[in-house]
Ligand binder design. Structure first.
Ligand code: FES
Length: 166
């Protein structure tokens, strides 16, 4: 009789321990399952960012504008510095070039004396419109999407240029 009681007690304790483990496993599995089934969606970057104002640009005189853009990676938001070479064509039209040379990604600059963009890495040159004047750059400068609102220059995503070196 005593042995049966001891056996029942042991069975009950084992069942309770296994039940507790199962409960802990379930509690751990729920958040993992939610994460795997519905992962956090990467939020879109701030699509349009103010890079400067039309008023600070002079006609036919490219200026390097510095701005910050938020990059969202999962739950992490990082603010990154970006630049553009902006060319004011008129009060209603501005071109914003991506800051990397389309050859191997070096930073280029405006050479006012020669009225052209010059990449110091391999001496590619580009016109004020971004077209290749001398290689080895394989295509024109890439451009930011751009819009002007209340005198502010807003830049969006970078659009790769399609033009070959001519
Ligand atoms: S990276 Fe600009 S010419 Fe090579």
């Amino acid at each position: 009789m005593n042995q049966n009681l001891e056996q029942d007690r042991r069975t009950f304790l084992l069942s309770a321990i296994y039940g507790l483990w199962a409960l802990i496993g379930l509690l751990l599995a729920i958040p993992a399952s939610i994460y795997l089934l519905w992962p956090p969606r990467p939020k879109k970057e701030d699509v349009w960012v103010e890079a400067g104002t039309v008023g600070e640009l002079k006609l036919d005189a490219p200026a390097e504008l510095v701005f910050r853009r938020n990059r969202v990676d999962g739950w992490k938001v990082a603010s990154e510095k970006s630049t553009t070479w902006a060319v004011k064509v008129s009060d209603q039209e501005v071109i914003a070039f991506a800051p990397q040379c389309p050859h191997l990604g070096c930073a280029y600059h405006w050479n006012a004396a020669k009225h052209e963009f010059l990449c110091p890495c391999h001496a590619s040159t580009f016109s004020i419109q971004g077209d290749v004047l001398t290689g080895p750059a394989p295509r024109a400068l890439d451009r930011y999407e751009l819009k002007i609102e209340q005198g502010k220059v807003l830049v969006g995503a970078i659009r790769k240029s399609g033009g070959d070196a001519g």
